[in-house]
Design a protein around this ligand. Structure first.
Ligand SMILES: Cc1ncc(COP(=O)(O)O)c(C=O)c1O
Length: 351
């Protein structure tokens, strides 16, 4: 039962409520929230935003097929990661599982909440090591959440729907599938699996494919019980009015966004081949995301050289299996060409 996985204090919480929750429709006078009336303001921001992001969630349902009753919007998906850990994990007692290597924020938020992280290393091929996962699940106590990032950051590998289902079947806690890069992948989203599994949460974001990292809008999709508990514990006005407005504008342009996404995929696949021809590059990994992982002769040296040209890429050399690997985001054609030319010109003399 999901209820049993929720921390006692969150289960018992009397959520913050506002007068507008008790009234449906449009009133003529709002004097319930100590806001200011509209005076010098040139926009509509004198009012608190809709805590439920109603219009935005309706639009997500219409444009992306994310069911209205199963969504919660966060101040980026990072806020939702934090909220999920805080909801299900008792500090100093409960634990989360994360695959290794993966997106660093899961562990950071667990650390902030004083929740222990148990790492399950991928195989060197970046496949999930099911034998190890089963052992960890059977040996460790108080495991509440398992994070799986697909396509994974920083490896770019996307998991098959069936593989995710396999994980959900062996883990009784909450399985969080982070699909931040899902739109760039050929694999099917796990959103459909939510009606089948109570313990599945899917995270999405407007920061990647929707080119809106600056507005901070992340999406949680899950069953109503999880949606309700996150709505109860989240900060009531966590998504600003300007973010809700901008997100609606962006979703209206979904067709253009998906055309740009297709261009990024085409460019990614083309640059994978181009990078493979460079002397300084030892290996180019396949990618289902909007970035490419390269193994180079010396990643520290390369990053420094590129910084001198005012080009920033990400050195992942400290991650498991990723010695001398760099992660390069697929930007515009000009940006990708600039990186390519810069790497091509690297003549390596070890300092
Ligand atoms: C896998 C993954 N999840 C979540 C995020 C954070 O997304 P947001 O901008 O929605 O907080 C990132 C950002 O890089 C990411 O790589």
């Amino acid at each position: 039962m999901i209820r049993d996985l929720i921390r006692q204090n969150i289960r018992d919480l009397s959520p913050y409520s506002c007068a507008r929750d008790e009234f449906s429709g449009v009133a003529e006078i709002y004097l319930d929230a100590n806001e200011n009336y509209k005076t010098y303001s040139i926009n509509d921001y004198n009012r608190y935003p809709d805590p439920h992001c109603t219009l935005l969630r309706e639009k997500l349902d219409e444009k992306l097929g994310l069911p209205f009753s199963k969504t919660v919007i966060g101040n980026g998906s990072d806020e939702l990661i934090d909220n999920l850990i805080r909801t299900f994990c008792e500090p100093k007692e409960d634990k989360i599982i994360i695959m290794n290597p993966t997106y660093g924020a899961y562990k950071v938020f667990a650390d902030i909440n004083n929740v222990e992280t148990v790492f399950v290393n991928y195989k060197p091929s970046f496949e999930i090591d099911f034998e190890l996962l089963r052992t960890v699940i059977s040996k460790e106590k108080n495991l509440k959440i398992l994070f799986i990032c697909s396509p994974n950051n920083p490896t770019g590998k996307a998991e098959n729907y069936k593989t995710i289902e396999e994980i959900i079947k062996i883990f009784n806690g909450i399985v969080i599938v982070d699909e931040a890069y899902g739109e760039f992948s050929e694999q099917k989203s796990c959103v459909e699996l939510i009606s089948k599994y109570d313990n599945l949460v899917v995270l999405k974001t407007l920061s990647k494919c929707f080119a809106a990292a600056g507005i901070r809008a992340g999406i949680m999709v899950a069953n109503e019980e999880i949606v309700k508990v996150i709505n109860n514990m989240k900060a009531p006005y966590n998504v600003s009015a300007s973010t809700q407005k901008e997100a609606l504008n962006i979703l209206e342009k979904s067709e253009q966004i998906f055309r740009q996404r297709d261009e990024i995929i085409e460019r990614r696949n083309r640059y994978i081949k181009k990078f493979e021809t460079l002397d300084f590059v030892k290996k180019v990994y396949k990618s289902s995301a909007n970035f490419i992982l390269l193994e180079v002769i010396d990643s520290g040296y390369l990053c420094k050289k590129l910084q001198n040209d005012k080009i920033i890429i990400r050195n992942r050399t400290k991650d498991l299996y990723l010695k001398n690997c760099v992660r390069i985001t697929i930007g515009s054609e000009e940006e990708c060409l600039a990186v390519y030319n810069a790497i091509k010109e690297v003549t390596y003399e070890k300092e």
